[in-house]
Design a protein around this ligand. Structure first.
Ligand SMILES: CC(C)(C)CN1C(=O)[C@@H](CC(=O)N[C@@H](CC(=O)O)C(=O)O)O[C@H](c2cccc3ccccc23)c2cc(Cl)ccc21
Length: 340
């Protein structure tokens, strides 16, 4: 039957989304209601899984079984596992509201969310025992925590009947671009994490510049640190073409905005991080005003090409500009930008 907004579990879910991610809760409101509910639950299930993975005070022998069986816990109204801090602790303690709402979703939505949760939990468990050494490890880890989100969202869009299915590789790139941007931006926060620092930058990249990842934050290494940072940004930019291709396949304007806004935020963050020693001194965040502007002005591919084009001007990289030019050939607005 139709959900009455007063039902406590749906109220809890939407309030929780608003608490953990202001911009995401704004963007999710654009979606058609049936899809919005499925994405809301998908996001909260993933946030809960991430909270378990992130909690360094949970012993490995306790954490791994929870990650592996999380996809079944979403069906159990009684289940919860207390961990995390602040709003994430509330999410974990009150998780039964998420399970109750999850059980009200359509069958295909539940199957899609369960499948991605199972695969992500298994991937997270694998990386509890495994460091990110090579660039392949880096891509594999980002696939588990973010690429799979792209696959899952595309499945939900398809189930809603509003979008055709898209190749796994394009969906994966959407997630990798966002996650690699977060990993670059959050260097200092992750390296200073207590009790155990979290390291996602691949050794294959940073060991060309320093002996230990944490050495990047010391003043005397600042030239090498920025060179290493720029290599990490360049690695993330490799996904731009796939992201632009993915977004240009989207038909539903609401789904387009839902996908495009985080991508434009990410390209803006990368632009701020590029060549910027501040990444090793504090967290480099886009100004709140700029975030509001992106949410308001990202409506069509022309806006996305524009944002990526602005970034490529900052990069001054011919390769990136040429790529954007190539992709935007059928977009008059961008064409005149190039001719300017
Ligand atoms: C790791 C991640 C990038 C996938 C996290 N992730 C996102 O980053 C959110 C945005 C968000 O939460 N922003 C936070 C960032 C932050 O915490 O700093 C904010 O507060 O602005 O967006 C993604 C997300 C949105 C739209 C399309 C996507 C396609 C593929 C993969 C992910 C996609 C997301 C969608 C879902 Cl359903 C679940 C998680 C995410």
């Amino acid at each position: 039957e139709k959900q009455i907004p007063s039902q406590p579990h749906w109220a809890f879910c939407y309030i929780m989304i608003h608490k953990v991610s202001r911009s995401f809760s704004l963007v999710i409101q654009q979606l058609p209601v049936e899809l919005r509910d499925a994405v809301c639950i998908f996001y909260l299930v993933l946030r809960a899984l991430d909270t378990v993975e992130d909690d360094t005070s949970v012993a490995t022998e306790v954490k791994v079984p929870i990650l592996m069986s999380f996809h079944r816990h979403v069906y159990d109204r009684e289940w919860h596992f207390s961990c995390g801090t602040k709003d994430y602790k509330v999410l974990m303690d009150q998780f039964h509201h998420v399970s109750t709402a999850f059980l009200e979703l359509g069958k295909h939505y539940k199957e899609a969310i369960e499948d991605i949760t199972m695969r992500m939990g298994a991937g997270m468990a694998k990386f509890i025992y495994k460091e990110v050494e090579t660039i392949d490890d880096y891509d594999e880890y980002c696939h588990y925590v973010a690429g799979l989100v792209g696959l899952g969202l595309s499945k939900l869009f398809f189930i809603s009947g509003r979008e055709d299915s898209v190749s796994d590789s394009l969906c994966n790139s959407m997630g990798l671009f966002l996650q690699k941007t977060n990993i670059i931006r959050d260097y200092l926060e992750d390296i200073n994490e207590v009790p155990k620092c979290r390291m996602f930058w691949p050794r294959q990249i940073w060991n060309k510049y320093v002996n230990k990842l944490e050495d990047l934050k010391y003043e005397e290494n600042s030239v090498k640190a920025v060179q290493c940072l720029n290599e990490m940004v360049t690695n993330a930019l490799a996904h731009v073409e796939d992201c632009l291709t993915y977004m240009s396949t989207l038909r539903d304007p609401a789904i387009f905005r839902f996908c495009a806004i985080p991508q434009v935020m990410a390209i803006g963050t990368l632009a701020k991080c590029y060549n910027n020693i501040e990444v090793f001194k504090g967290v480099v965040k886009m100004r709140r005003g700029l975030t509001a502007k992106v949410i308001d002005q990202t409506r069509a591919m022309a806006d996305v090409y524009g944002a990526f084009f602005d970034f490529s001007c900052i990069l001054k990289s011919k390769a990136c500009r040429f790529l954007i030019y190539q992709k935007s050939l059928f977009c008059p607005v961008i064409m005149c930008l190039f001719l300017k």
